[in-house]
Design a protein around this ligand. Structure first.
Ligand code: AMP
Length: 594
C-alpha cells in the first residue's frame, strides 16, 4: 500500500476525492466527471449502483435508491435499499468506496488513508459516524475537518495574517455560512449557520413546477403524476438552471411528453435569467438572514470581513454574488471551482500530512475581465463609454458567457462591438483589444435584442460573437492574444485618468477602482463616483454637440460645462446635481431639434 492520502468531500448532493499527483493536488475524474452524485441504489436486476447511474434511476425507482444520506448520519435510523436495510454509515461507505476505487484506478495504486470533511455544525455523533463510514470503506481516517476550513486551505490564504473570512456554501441540498478566523496561523470556526434543506434542488423544483404548469396551460394535460415525464423535466430544469448562470435566457425543449387525440404533445419554452431569479429570490433572501445570524453569533460587523469565499455549485448563479456584494460591500472570491473547493482543501491537508511541500492547486483563471463598451442610463441620463463585463476576472478557464444587450435607437440598423480588457467601468480606460460591426439589423424600434457571447480558452484565445436574437444575424471575431497586458504607457495613462477624476489619496483610489463590475450602489463612495462619471460624460457629450448649436445654446452649454467641471474639482455635489439637470434639459432640446 502506498503512502498516498486522499482528501474527500462527502457531500449531501455530490462528493469528490482529491489526491496529490503530478506535482499538484487534483480532483480525480471518472469518464470526464469530477463530481460524483451522492446517490446509491440497486438496479431492478439487483446490481449495486453508486453515483450517476443511481441518480439517473432515482425518479423511476425511488424505493431502490438512496439520496442525501448525509442528513441521516449520526442517527440510529435504518435505511431500506431493496429488501435489506442499512445503517447510514454503511450507505455513506458505499459512496466512499466508489471514490476510493476511482482514485486508485487513476493513480494505479492502493490508497489506505483519508481526510474527510464535514459541515462545521456537525455534532460529535455525526462526526463519529463519518469516521466509521470511512473505515467501513477501507480507509484509515486520519482526520475529520470542517468544510469551511478546507475551503480556506484551498484558497491558500495568507495564514500569517490575522483575518476573518466568511465562507458561503450553497450546494445542491444544503446551505451553510461560516465565519472563520485565522489568527497566528490557527484557523478557527467562530460561528456557523445555515439551512439543511435549502439548495440547488429547490431551485430545480421551482423550474419543474413552472414547466408542469406551462404544459398544463398550453395542452390541458396534467403530467405531474407521470414519473417518467417528471424525471425528464427535472433533468431539463437543472440543465436550464446551469445554463442561466452563463446565458441571459435559455430554451427548454422536451419532445413527446404526452398524447392527446392521437397527437404527440411537446414542451418548448423560453426561460429568462430574470424570471428564474424571481422564482428563487425567497431562498436567496433566507441565505442573507443566515449571514446576519452568523455575524451576530460571532459578534462581528460586515466591515470586519476580510474575504468571502464562495463554495458549492449553486454559488455560480450570478444573483448570489450580487446579493452578497450588496449586503457586505465585499467582492467574493470564486476563483477555485466552487464545487471542488472543499475536496481540494482536504487534498491540501492530505498532502501536508504526507510531508509534501509543494501543495499548489492547479487551476487556471482569467487574469482580466473582458467586456464591451455600452451606453448606460445613470440617474436617468444616458452615459456613453461604459464598460459592461461579460467574463469576469478570476473565472476558471475555459469560460463561456453570453450577455443580452438592446439597441438604443429606433430603426438602428447596425451595432458596433468594441471589446475591452480591464477592470475600469469607463470602457476607454481599459485596453481595447478588438472591434467589429454587425450591420443589416431589422428595422424595428429601440430594444432590438443583441446577444454577445465570449468564449475564452486556456491559451488566451478569445472568440467574440454578436447575434441579433430574432433573426440569428451574426458576426464574430477571434482575438489571439487576449492575455497580453496593458503596456506600461497605457497603464500610466489609465492611472493618470483616474487620478484626474479623484483628488483622494492614492490608496483610496486603488480600492475604489480595484473592481467595478458590480459596484456597491449603497456606498456613498460609489454614488459619488457614479455621479461624477455621469456628469463628465454629459459634459463630453455637450462638448461634442457645441459646434452644431445656435449661438445662444452654445454659450449656455459652454457656461454649464465650465461650471460642472469646476464643481467636480471641488466635489460640490449640490452644484453638480443642479447644473447637470439644466445641461441635460438643454441637450435634450438640442438633440430633438437636430
Ligand atoms: P454541490 O452540492 O456543491 O456539488 O452543488 C450542487 C448544486 O450546484 C446542484 O444543485 C447543481 O445543480 C448546482 N449547480 C452546478 N453548477 C451550476 C451552475 N452553473 N449554475 C447553477 N447551479 C449549478
Amino acid at each position: 500500500m502506498s503512502d498516498l492520502i486522499a482528501g474527500i468531500d462527502l457531500g449531501t448532493t455530490n462528493s469528490e476525492i482529491a489526491v496529490y499527483r503530478d506535482g499538484g493536488i487534483q480532483v480525480v475524474e471518472k469518464e470526464g466527471e469530477m463530481i460524483m452524485p451522492s446517490y446509491t441504489g440497486l438496479s431492478p436486476q439487483g446490481e449495486l449502483l453508486v453515483g450517476t447511474p443511481a441518480k439517473n434511476q432515482y425518479v423511476l425507482y425511488p424505493e431502490l435508491t438512496v439520496k442525501s444520506i448525509k442528513r441521516k448520519m449520526g442517527t440510529s435510523e435504518r435505511v431500506k435499499l431493496g429488501e435489506k436495510d442499512f445503517a447510514p454509515q454503511e450507505i455513506s461507505a458505499m459512496i466512499l468506496r466508489a471514490l476510493k476505487e476511482r482514485a486508485e484506478y487513476a493513480v494505479g495504486e492502493k490508497i489506505g488513508k483519508a481526510i474527510i470533511t464535514v459541515p462545521a455544525h456537525f455534532s460529535d455523533p455525526q462526526r463519529q459516524a463519518t469516521r466509521e463510514a470511512g473505515e467501513i470503506a477501507g480507509f484509515q481516517v486520519l482526520r475529520i475537518i470542517n468544510e469551511p476550513t478546507a475551503a480556506s486551505l484551498a484558497y491558500d490564504l495568507d495564514h500569517e495574517m490575522d483575518q476573518t473570512i466568511l465562507v458561503y456554501d450553497l450546494g445542491g441540498g444544503t446551505f451553510d455560512v461560516s465565519l472563520i478566523q485565522i489568527q497566528k496561523g490557527v484557523i478557527e470556526v467562530l460561528a456557523s449557520h445555515g439551512d439543511n434543506n435549502l439548495g440547488g434542488d429547490d431551485f430545480d423544483q421551482k423550474i419543474l413546477h413552472w414547466l408542469l404548469e406551462r404544459f398544463r396551460n398550453e395542452t390541458g394535460v396534467d403530467i405531474s403524476e407521470d414519473r417518467r415525464c417528471v424525471n425528464r423535466l427535472l433533468h431539463a430544469a437543472e440543465e436550464a438552471k446551469k445554463r442561466l448562470s452563463f446565458e441571459p435566457f435559455t430554451f427548454i425543449r422536451e419532445d413527446h411528453l404526452a398524447e392527446k387525440d392521437g397527437l404527440a404533445l411537446h414542451l418548448n419554452v423560453e426561460l429568462s435569467r430574470g424570471d428564474f431569479e424571481k422564482m428563487i429570490f425567497e431562498y436567496l433572501d433566507k441565505t442573507l438572514d443566515s449571514i446576519h445570524q452568523a455575524l451576530n453569533d460571532a459578534g462581528k460587523a460586515p466591515d470586519e470581513i476580510s474575504q468571502i469565499l464562495l463554495v458549492g455549485g449553486s454559488t455560480r448563479i450570478p444573483a448570489v454574488m450580487e446579493l452578497i456584494i450588496n449586503l457586505t460591500g465585499v467582492i467574493p472570491r470564486q476563483d477555485i471551482h466552487p464545487d471542488l473547493c472543499v475536496a481540494l482543501g482536504a487534498g491540501v491537508l492530505a498532502s501536508r500530512e504526507m510531508g509534501v511541500k509543494e501543495d499548489k492547486i492547479l487551476v487556471d483563471v482569467t487574469p482580466f475581465t473582458f467586456g464591451i463598451e455600452t451606453l448606460e442610463f445613470i440617474d436617468g441620463y444616458p452615459v456613453s463609454d461604459r464598460f459592461s463585463p461579460v467574463i469576469y476576472r478570476n473565472t476558471p478557464l475555459p469560460a463561456s458567457r453570453t450577455q443580452l444587450y438592446s439597441t438604443v435607437d429606433d430603426g438602428q440598423d447596425a451595432v458596433a462591438i468594441k471589446i475591452y480588457q480591464g477592470e475600469d467601468d469607463v470602457a476607454s480606460n481599459n485596453l481595447l483589444i478588438g472591434d467589429f460591426l454587425v450591420q443589416g439589423l431589422r428595422n424595428v424600434p429601440a430594444g432590438n435584442q443583441i446577444l454577445v457571447r465570449m468564449d475564452l480558452d486556456l491559451d488566451g484565445i478569445l472568440h467574440v460573437s454578436a447575434t441579433e436574437k430574432q433573426t440569428g444575424l451574426s458576426k464574430k471575431i477571434t482575438i489571439r492574444d487576449s492575455f497580453t497586458q496593458m503596456d506600461k504607457e497605457q497603464r500610466s495613462l489609465a492611472r493618470h485618468r483616474l487620478d484626474s477624476m479623484f483628488q483622494s489619496p492614492e490608496k483610496e483610489q486603488e480600492e475604489t477602482f480595484s473592481y467595478h463590475a458590480m459596484p456597491d450602489e449603497s456606498s456613498a463612495d460609489s454614488s459619488l463616483r457614479t455621479r461624477i462619471i455621469s456628469a463628465r460624460a454629459l459634459v463630453e457629450k455637450s462638448q461634442r454637440l457645441v459646434p452644431s448649436m445656435n449661438s445662444e445654446d452654445r454659450s449656455e452649454a459652454e457656461t454649464l460645462n465650465h461650471e460642472i467641471l469646476e464643481a467636480i474639482e471641488e466635489q460640490d455635489m449640490e452644484t453638480i446635481r443642479e447644473k447637470v439637470e439644466t445641461l441635460a434639459d438643454l441637450l435634450f432640446y438640442v438633440d430633438d431639434n437636430q
